[in-house]
Ligand binder design. Sequence first.
Ligand SMILES: Cc1cc2nc3c(=O)[nH]c(=O)nc-3n(C[C@H](O)[C@H](O)[C@H](O)COP(=O)(O)O)c2cc1C
Length: 352
Amino acid sequence: MYKYILKPILFRFDPEDIHDLFIIIGKFLGEYSITRFVTRMIYGYRGKDISKTVDGILYKTPFLLSAGFDYNGQLTKILPEISFGGEEIGSVTAKYCEGNPKPRLTRLPRSKSILVNKGLKNDGVEKIIERLKFSSERRDVSRSEEIRFIVGISIAKTNCNDAATTQGAIDDYFYSFRRLNEENIGDYYTINISCPNAFGGEAFITAPLLEQLLSALKKIPCKRPVYVKMPINILWEQFYSLLKIIDAFKLAGVVIGNLNKDYSSLDYRDEAPKDFHGGLSGKPCRNLSTELIRKTKQVYGKRFTIIGVGGVMSPKDAKEKFDAGADLIQLITGMLFNGPGLIKKLSKTHSI
Ligand SMILES: Cc1cc2nc3c(=O)[nH]c(=O)nc-3n(C[C@H](O)[C@H](O)[C@H](O)COP(=O)(O)O)c2cc1C
Protein backbone atom coordinates (compact mmCIF):
# COMPACT_ATOMS: atom_id res chain seq x y z
CA MET A 1 0.00 0.00 0.00
CA TYR A 2 2.82 2.42 0.89
CA LYS A 3 4.79 1.92 -2.32
CA TYR A 4 1.94 2.08 -4.81
CA ILE A 5 -0.65 4.32 -3.13
CA LEU A 6 0.81 6.45 -0.35
CA LYS A 7 4.29 7.07 -1.71
CA PRO A 8 3.20 8.57 -5.07
CA ILE A 9 1.00 11.01 -3.15
CA LEU A 10 3.53 11.84 -0.43
CA PHE A 11 6.35 12.30 -2.95
CA ARG A 12 4.43 15.21 -4.52
CA PHE A 13 4.96 17.33 -1.41
CA ASP A 14 8.02 18.98 0.09
CA PRO A 15 10.16 16.25 1.74
CA GLU A 16 10.63 18.17 4.97
CA ASP A 17 6.87 18.78 5.30
CA ILE A 18 6.31 15.03 4.83
CA HIS A 19 9.03 14.28 7.36
CA ASP A 20 7.28 16.58 9.88
CA LEU A 21 3.96 14.88 9.09
CA PHE A 22 5.51 11.44 9.75
CA ILE A 23 6.70 12.69 13.14
CA ILE A 24 3.20 13.94 14.03
CA ILE A 25 1.57 10.67 12.90
CA GLY A 26 4.26 8.57 14.61
CA LYS A 27 3.83 10.48 17.88
CA PHE A 28 0.06 10.04 17.71
CA LEU A 29 0.28 6.31 16.94
CA GLY A 30 2.74 5.83 19.80
CA GLU A 31 0.53 7.58 22.31
CA TYR A 32 -2.28 5.01 22.73
CA SER A 33 -2.18 1.29 23.38
CA ILE A 34 -4.80 0.65 20.70
CA THR A 35 -2.88 2.49 17.95
CA ARG A 36 0.34 0.80 19.04
CA PHE A 37 -1.42 -2.57 18.92
CA VAL A 38 -2.81 -1.98 15.40
CA THR A 39 0.58 -0.77 14.17
CA ARG A 40 2.23 -3.85 15.68
CA MET A 41 -0.30 -6.15 14.00
CA ILE A 42 0.59 -4.66 10.62
CA TYR A 43 4.29 -3.88 10.90
CA GLY A 44 5.55 -5.88 13.89
CA TYR A 45 7.93 -8.80 13.37
CA ARG A 46 6.65 -11.92 15.14
CA GLY A 47 8.89 -14.70 13.79
CA LYS A 48 11.87 -16.61 15.13
CA ASP A 49 13.98 -14.90 17.79
CA ILE A 50 16.49 -12.62 16.05
CA SER A 51 17.46 -10.66 19.15
CA LYS A 52 21.13 -9.85 19.46
CA THR A 53 23.39 -8.66 22.25
CA VAL A 54 26.00 -6.12 21.25
CA ASP A 55 28.32 -4.51 23.80
CA GLY A 56 26.12 -5.86 26.56
CA ILE A 57 22.94 -4.36 25.09
CA LEU A 58 20.11 -6.63 24.00
CA TYR A 59 18.38 -5.59 20.77
CA LYS A 60 15.08 -7.20 19.86
CA THR A 61 16.01 -6.94 16.19
CA PRO A 62 19.40 -5.87 14.79
CA PHE A 63 17.76 -3.07 12.75
CA LEU A 64 17.90 0.51 14.01
CA LEU A 65 16.60 3.82 12.76
CA SER A 66 19.65 5.90 11.86
CA ALA A 67 20.36 9.39 13.23
CA GLY A 68 18.59 12.29 11.57
CA PHE A 69 15.02 11.05 11.29
CA ASP A 70 13.86 11.22 14.91
CA TYR A 71 16.28 14.02 15.68
CA ASN A 72 14.27 15.35 18.63
CA GLY A 73 13.49 11.97 20.20
CA GLN A 74 9.72 11.89 19.69
CA LEU A 75 9.19 8.41 18.25
CA THR A 76 10.48 6.09 20.95
CA LYS A 77 7.03 4.61 21.53
CA ILE A 78 6.06 3.78 17.97
CA LEU A 79 9.34 2.61 16.43
CA PRO A 80 9.40 -0.71 18.38
CA GLU A 81 6.02 -1.53 16.81
CA ILE A 82 7.45 -1.37 13.28
CA SER A 83 10.16 -3.93 14.09
CA PHE A 84 13.03 -1.60 14.95
CA GLY A 85 15.25 -2.93 17.75
CA GLY A 86 16.45 0.58 18.50
CA GLU A 87 17.09 4.01 17.12
CA GLU A 88 19.72 6.71 17.17
CA ILE A 89 18.24 10.02 18.28
CA GLY A 90 19.78 13.28 17.10
CA SER A 91 22.25 14.36 16.22
CA VAL A 92 21.75 16.49 19.32
CA THR A 93 23.85 19.56 19.95
CA ALA A 94 24.60 21.64 23.03
CA LYS A 95 22.36 24.46 21.84
CA TYR A 96 19.08 24.61 19.99
CA CYS A 97 19.74 24.81 16.28
CA GLU A 98 17.39 25.91 13.51
CA GLY A 99 19.41 24.16 10.79
CA ASN A 100 20.43 25.52 7.41
CA PRO A 101 18.12 27.72 5.33
CA LYS A 102 15.44 25.78 3.43
CA PRO A 103 15.20 23.78 1.22
CA ARG A 104 17.08 21.30 3.40
CA LEU A 105 15.95 18.07 1.80
CA THR A 106 15.61 17.18 -1.88
CA ARG A 107 14.36 13.80 -3.09
CA LEU A 108 16.25 12.15 -5.93
CA PRO A 109 13.90 9.22 -6.61
CA ARG A 110 15.58 7.77 -9.70
CA SER A 111 18.93 7.74 -7.89
CA LYS A 112 17.25 6.33 -4.73
CA SER A 113 18.72 9.10 -2.65
CA ILE A 114 17.94 12.19 -0.64
CA LEU A 115 20.07 15.27 -0.78
CA VAL A 116 20.40 16.31 2.85
CA ASN A 117 21.38 19.81 3.88
CA LYS A 118 19.66 19.81 7.22
CA GLY A 119 22.48 21.42 9.17
CA LEU A 120 21.74 19.59 12.43
CA LYS A 121 18.33 21.10 13.17
CA ASN A 122 17.35 19.99 16.70
CA ASP A 123 15.87 21.22 19.98
CA GLY A 124 19.19 21.15 21.84
CA VAL A 125 20.39 18.63 24.40
CA GLU A 126 18.55 19.98 27.48
CA LYS A 127 15.11 19.84 25.93
CA ILE A 128 15.79 16.40 24.47
CA ILE A 129 16.98 15.11 27.86
CA GLU A 130 13.72 16.27 29.47
CA ARG A 131 11.66 14.62 26.71
CA LEU A 132 13.52 11.33 26.95
CA LYS A 133 13.40 11.24 30.74
CA PHE A 134 9.65 11.49 30.58
CA SER A 135 9.14 9.02 27.74
CA SER A 136 11.54 6.39 29.13
CA GLU A 137 9.73 6.35 32.49
CA ARG A 138 6.47 5.67 30.68
CA ARG A 139 8.02 3.25 28.22
CA ASP A 140 9.63 1.07 30.88
CA VAL A 141 6.38 0.71 32.81
CA SER A 142 4.23 -0.10 29.79
CA ARG A 143 6.65 -2.52 28.11
CA SER A 144 8.37 -4.14 31.08
CA GLU A 145 7.60 -7.66 29.89
CA GLU A 146 9.35 -7.19 26.56
CA ILE A 147 12.89 -6.62 25.36
CA ARG A 148 13.49 -2.92 25.82
CA PHE A 149 13.65 -0.64 22.79
CA ILE A 150 17.20 0.69 22.60
CA VAL A 151 17.87 4.40 22.38
CA GLY A 152 21.28 5.54 21.21
CA ILE A 153 22.08 9.23 21.14
CA SER A 154 24.12 10.86 18.45
CA ILE A 155 26.07 13.92 19.54
CA ALA A 156 27.35 16.62 17.20
CA LYS A 157 28.53 20.19 17.56
CA THR A 158 26.05 23.04 17.28
CA ASN A 159 25.83 24.42 13.76
CA CYS A 160 26.83 27.97 14.71
CA ASN A 161 29.74 30.38 14.68
CA ASP A 162 30.76 29.75 18.33
CA ALA A 163 31.29 26.05 17.68
CA ALA A 164 33.24 26.61 14.48
CA THR A 165 36.63 26.91 16.23
CA THR A 166 38.29 23.71 17.45
CA GLN A 167 37.97 24.64 21.12
CA GLY A 168 34.41 25.92 20.66
CA ALA A 169 33.44 22.66 18.98
CA ILE A 170 35.09 20.52 21.67
CA ASP A 171 33.27 22.49 24.38
CA ASP A 172 30.01 21.93 22.55
CA TYR A 173 30.44 18.14 22.31
CA PHE A 174 31.71 18.08 25.89
CA TYR A 175 28.62 19.83 27.22
CA SER A 176 26.16 17.44 25.56
CA PHE A 177 28.17 14.35 26.47
CA ARG A 178 28.48 15.46 30.10
CA ARG A 179 24.80 16.32 30.48
CA LEU A 180 23.61 13.04 28.93
CA ASN A 181 25.88 11.05 31.23
CA GLU A 182 24.89 13.08 34.29
CA GLU A 183 21.22 12.50 33.56
CA ASN A 184 21.70 8.83 32.65
CA ILE A 185 19.94 9.26 29.34
CA GLY A 186 20.51 6.91 26.40
CA ASP A 187 21.73 3.31 26.08
CA TYR A 188 24.74 4.18 23.94
CA TYR A 189 26.35 7.29 22.45
CA THR A 190 27.65 8.05 19.00
CA ILE A 191 30.05 10.91 18.45
CA ASN A 192 29.15 12.29 15.05
CA ILE A 193 32.32 13.75 13.54
CA SER A 194 31.14 13.51 9.96
CA CYS A 195 28.15 15.78 9.39
CA PRO A 196 28.86 17.15 5.93
CA ASN A 197 26.47 20.09 6.10
CA ALA A 198 27.21 22.08 9.24
CA PHE A 199 29.05 25.34 9.75
CA GLY A 200 32.81 24.71 10.01
CA GLY A 201 32.52 21.34 8.20
CA GLU A 202 33.81 18.00 9.43
CA ALA A 203 36.29 19.43 11.90
CA PHE A 204 37.41 16.18 13.56
CA ILE A 205 38.12 13.85 10.69
CA THR A 206 41.88 14.10 11.00
CA ALA A 207 43.69 11.97 13.57
CA PRO A 208 45.25 14.80 15.69
CA LEU A 209 41.95 16.65 16.02
CA LEU A 210 39.97 13.49 16.77
CA GLU A 211 42.54 12.72 19.46
CA GLN A 212 42.01 16.18 20.93
CA LEU A 213 38.24 15.70 20.99
CA LEU A 214 38.36 12.21 22.51
CA SER A 215 40.91 13.32 25.14
CA ALA A 216 38.42 15.94 26.29
CA LEU A 217 35.44 13.56 26.31
CA LYS A 218 37.44 10.93 28.18
CA LYS A 219 37.35 13.14 31.27
CA ILE A 220 33.63 12.45 31.60
CA PRO A 221 32.79 9.18 33.37
CA CYS A 222 30.70 7.08 30.97
CA LYS A 223 29.37 3.56 31.54
CA ARG A 224 27.82 3.13 28.12
CA PRO A 225 29.30 2.02 24.80
CA VAL A 226 30.59 4.93 22.73
CA TYR A 227 30.84 4.78 18.93
CA VAL A 228 32.18 7.23 16.36
CA LYS A 229 30.20 8.00 13.21
CA MET A 230 32.66 7.87 10.36
CA PRO A 231 32.89 9.82 7.10
CA ILE A 232 32.81 7.69 3.95
CA ASN A 233 34.52 10.04 1.51
CA ILE A 234 38.05 9.83 2.83
CA LEU A 235 40.84 7.56 1.65
CA TRP A 236 41.50 4.35 3.56
CA GLU A 237 44.81 5.73 4.99
CA GLN A 238 42.96 8.59 6.67
CA PHE A 239 40.08 6.31 7.72
CA TYR A 240 42.58 3.90 9.23
CA SER A 241 44.35 6.70 11.10
CA LEU A 242 41.01 7.57 12.72
CA LEU A 243 40.38 3.92 13.63
CA LYS A 244 43.77 3.79 15.35
CA ILE A 245 42.80 6.77 17.52
CA ILE A 246 39.41 5.24 18.32
CA ASP A 247 41.16 2.00 19.27
CA ALA A 248 43.69 3.83 21.45
CA PHE A 249 40.85 5.49 23.36
CA LYS A 250 39.23 2.08 23.85
CA LEU A 251 35.90 3.09 22.37
CA ALA A 252 33.43 0.31 21.59
CA GLY A 253 33.22 0.79 17.84
CA VAL A 254 32.21 2.73 14.78
CA VAL A 255 29.15 3.61 12.78
CA ILE A 256 30.04 3.32 9.07
CA GLY A 257 29.02 5.71 7.88
CA ASN A 258 27.60 9.13 7.17
CA LEU A 259 26.29 10.79 3.99
CA ASN A 260 28.14 10.74 0.68
CA LYS A 261 29.59 14.07 -0.47
CA ASP A 262 30.65 12.81 -3.87
CA TYR A 263 27.89 13.89 -6.22
CA SER A 264 29.34 11.89 -9.09
CA SER A 265 28.07 8.78 -7.24
CA LEU A 266 24.54 9.66 -8.31
CA ASP A 267 23.02 7.32 -10.89
CA TYR A 268 21.17 10.29 -12.40
CA ARG A 269 23.22 13.44 -11.88
CA ASP A 270 20.65 15.51 -13.80
CA GLU A 271 18.09 14.83 -11.07
CA ALA A 272 19.90 17.04 -8.57
CA PRO A 273 19.72 20.83 -8.62
CA LYS A 274 22.74 22.36 -10.39
CA ASP A 275 23.90 24.30 -7.38
CA PHE A 276 23.57 22.03 -4.40
CA HIS A 277 25.07 21.55 -0.98
CA GLY A 278 24.95 18.79 1.58
CA GLY A 279 25.32 15.04 1.45
CA LEU A 280 23.60 12.19 -0.35
CA SER A 281 21.82 9.41 1.49
CA GLY A 282 20.58 6.07 0.18
CA LYS A 283 22.00 4.17 -2.75
CA PRO A 284 25.05 6.41 -3.36
CA CYS A 285 26.26 5.48 0.17
CA ARG A 286 25.79 1.75 -0.19
CA ASN A 287 29.02 0.44 -1.70
CA LEU A 288 31.30 3.01 -0.11
CA SER A 289 30.06 2.14 3.37
CA THR A 290 30.02 -1.62 2.77
CA GLU A 291 33.63 -1.57 1.55
CA LEU A 292 34.77 0.43 4.58
CA ILE A 293 32.94 -2.02 6.86
CA ARG A 294 34.71 -4.91 5.12
CA LYS A 295 38.17 -3.34 5.45
CA THR A 296 37.61 -2.36 9.08
CA LYS A 297 36.52 -5.91 9.88
CA GLN A 298 39.52 -7.38 8.03
CA VAL A 299 41.96 -5.22 9.96
CA TYR A 300 40.33 -5.20 13.40
CA GLY A 301 38.39 -8.48 13.56
CA LYS A 302 36.21 -8.45 16.65
CA ARG A 303 37.92 -5.44 18.23
CA PHE A 304 35.26 -3.00 17.04
CA THR A 305 31.51 -3.21 17.01
CA ILE A 306 30.50 -2.09 13.55
CA ILE A 307 27.13 -0.48 12.95
CA GLY A 308 26.57 -0.58 9.20
CA VAL A 309 24.55 2.17 7.56
CA GLY A 310 24.09 3.51 4.06
CA GLY A 311 21.76 2.51 1.25
CA VAL A 312 20.01 -0.44 2.90
CA MET A 313 16.84 -0.64 0.80
CA SER A 314 16.29 -4.40 0.73
CA PRO A 315 17.14 -7.63 2.61
CA LYS A 316 19.93 -8.22 0.08
CA ASP A 317 21.57 -4.90 0.98
CA ALA A 318 21.31 -5.72 4.69
CA LYS A 319 22.86 -9.16 4.13
CA GLU A 320 25.74 -7.58 2.23
CA LYS A 321 26.51 -5.35 5.22
CA PHE A 322 26.22 -8.22 7.74
CA ASP A 323 28.47 -10.37 5.53
CA ALA A 324 31.00 -7.54 5.33
CA GLY A 325 31.17 -7.45 9.14
CA ALA A 326 28.36 -5.26 10.48
CA ASP A 327 26.95 -6.25 13.87
CA LEU A 328 23.89 -4.02 13.58
CA ILE A 329 22.25 -2.20 10.70
CA GLN A 330 20.84 1.31 10.63
CA LEU A 331 18.73 2.90 7.92
CA ILE A 332 16.54 5.85 6.96
CA THR A 333 16.24 6.24 3.20
CA GLY A 334 15.17 2.63 2.57
CA MET A 335 12.23 3.20 4.92
CA LEU A 336 11.27 6.46 3.18
CA PHE A 337 11.36 4.87 -0.27
CA ASN A 338 9.85 1.47 0.61
CA GLY A 339 7.68 2.27 3.60
CA PRO A 340 7.68 1.18 7.24
CA GLY A 341 7.00 -2.44 6.19
CA LEU A 342 10.67 -2.70 5.15
CA ILE A 343 11.91 -3.34 8.69
CA LYS A 344 9.56 -6.31 9.17
CA LYS A 345 10.70 -7.62 5.80
CA LEU A 346 14.37 -7.25 6.78
CA SER A 347 13.67 -9.03 10.07
CA LYS A 348 11.82 -11.90 8.38
CA THR A 349 14.57 -12.46 5.83
CA HIS A 350 17.23 -12.21 8.54
CA SER A 351 15.47 -14.97 10.51
CA ILE A 352 15.77 -17.49 7.68
C1 LIG B 1 17.09 13.57 6.56
C2 LIG B 1 18.38 13.04 7.07
C3 LIG B 1 18.98 13.65 8.16
C4 LIG B 1 20.18 13.14 8.67
N1 LIG B 1 20.74 13.73 9.78
C5 LIG B 1 21.78 13.11 10.41
C6 LIG B 1 22.25 13.56 11.66
O1 LIG B 1 21.72 14.49 12.26
N2 LIG B 1 23.30 12.90 12.22
C7 LIG B 1 23.91 11.82 11.63
O2 LIG B 1 24.85 11.25 12.20
N3 LIG B 1 23.49 11.38 10.42
C8 LIG B 1 22.44 11.99 9.81
N4 LIG B 1 21.99 11.52 8.62
C9 LIG B 1 22.70 10.41 7.95
C10 LIG B 1 22.04 9.07 8.28
O3 LIG B 1 22.06 8.80 9.65
C11 LIG B 1 22.71 7.93 7.50
O4 LIG B 1 24.06 7.85 7.92
C12 LIG B 1 22.66 8.15 6.00
O5 LIG B 1 21.44 8.71 5.59
C13 LIG B 1 22.86 6.84 5.23
O6 LIG B 1 21.82 5.94 5.56
P1 LIG B 1 20.54 5.67 4.61
O7 LIG B 1 21.07 5.46 3.25
O8 LIG B 1 19.87 4.46 5.19
O9 LIG B 1 19.67 6.89 4.71
C14 LIG B 1 20.79 12.03 8.05
C15 LIG B 1 20.19 11.43 6.94
C16 LIG B 1 19.00 11.91 6.46
C17 LIG B 1 18.37 11.23 5.27
